[in-house]
Design a protein around this ligand. Structure first.
Ligand SMILES: Cc1cc2nc3c(=O)[nH]c(=O)nc-3n(C[C@H](O)[C@H](O)[C@H](O)COP(=O)(O)O)c2cc1C
Length: 268
């Protein structure tokens, strides 16, 4: 027998095995898995900037929508230029230039122990609250304040709902409310996205004549009257209770109350 007929070394012996042998089958499977995972990882890394850009665009569309400025086909970046973003210190109700309002990330800040506070009284079910949030001012042609768009979030039945509330320059009349992210059930809690339900918010008043916060989402109207009442979603009482809690929380003392007081004084 010649030397070339007998494979030498582990690689030679491996190559000489039949294609359907167990070692060759395992080798092909492992190689394929490695190759596929490299492609998936490369795609995930290279698509991250696109995903971030899409997330930002989606947020901007939502801010435009809640302010009544969104029209299909509009250039989002251009239209969004109408807003003046400001980082608000919740406790004082004043703006701060400690952060860049164009890039400040409220959601990241709410998990940063340096920038957020753990909540003892937590009706919105959010655990921690950022001490700073980005609000968006909209001014009319004369430069006077027209509306303010404020981020809000809180727990529904299955998920945290993230959204915006738009309030008129008087700090009391609601222009609109909408959520841009949640995991409530389609057809039930997810009816928070139904345009008919969202339209119920327009024109409602946060406070009564005495300055008491009265806005309520409920099945039946409270004694405060229709100006402060939003019908709860049919078949989704628990999501509605979550929305009621989170709106009251964010419009209350732990949320935007100091800022709303400043707005009511006409200081912007
Ligand atoms: C699969 C499933 C999903 C549900 N999703 C929601 C939901 O997203 N929001 C909600 O409030 N209730 C949801 N419910 C209903 C609640 O369990 C509860 O019955 C309802 O909130 C009561 O509302 P009602 O008093 O208006 O009937 C769901 C129920 C089931 C079985």
């Amino acid at each position: 027998m010649s030397d070339t007929a007998t494979p030498k070394g582990p690689i030679g012996r491996f190559l000489a095995l039949p294609p359907d042998s167990v070692p060759k089958t395992i080798f092909v499977a492992v190689t394929l898995c490695l190759f596929a995972s490299m492609i998936v990882s490369a795609a995930a890394v290279s698509l991250r900037p696109v995903q971030e850009a899409n997330k930002l665009k989606d947020k901007q569309i939502n801010i435009l929508q809640v302010a009544g400025l969104y029209e299909p086909g509009v250039d989002i970046t251009d239209a969004f230029g109408a807003f003046e973003p400001q980082v608000l210190e919740l406790a004082t109700g004043t703006f701060t230039d400690q952060f860049d309002a164009a890039t400040f990330d409220d959601r990241a800040a709410s998990t940063d122990p340096e920038l957020s506070t753990a909540l003892d009284n937590d009706p919105a079910g959010i655990g921690r609250q950022s001490n700073f949030v980005t609000v968006y001012l909209l001014r009319d042609d004369a430069g006077d304040l027209d509306k303010v768009i404020m981020p809000i979030h809180g727990y529904g039945l299955w998920s945290t709902l993230y959204g915006f509330i738009a309030v008129e320059e008087n700090g009391n009349d609601i222009f609109g409310l909408q959520f841009y992210q949640h995991g409530e059930t389609p057809g039930l809690g997810a009816e928070v996205d139904n345009p008919r339900w969202k339209s119920l918010w327009s024109g409602k008043k946060l406070h009564d004549g005495e300055g008491t916060l009265q806005i309520t989402v409920a099945k039946t109207q409270t004694a405060a009257g229709p100006d402060h009442h939003i019908d709860a979603l049919a078949g989704a009482t628990l999501t509605s209770v979550g929305v009621d809690n989170l709106v009251k929380f964010w419009m209350g003392e732990a949320g935007y109350a100091p800022f709303l007081t400043t707005l009511q004084a006409g200081d912007f």
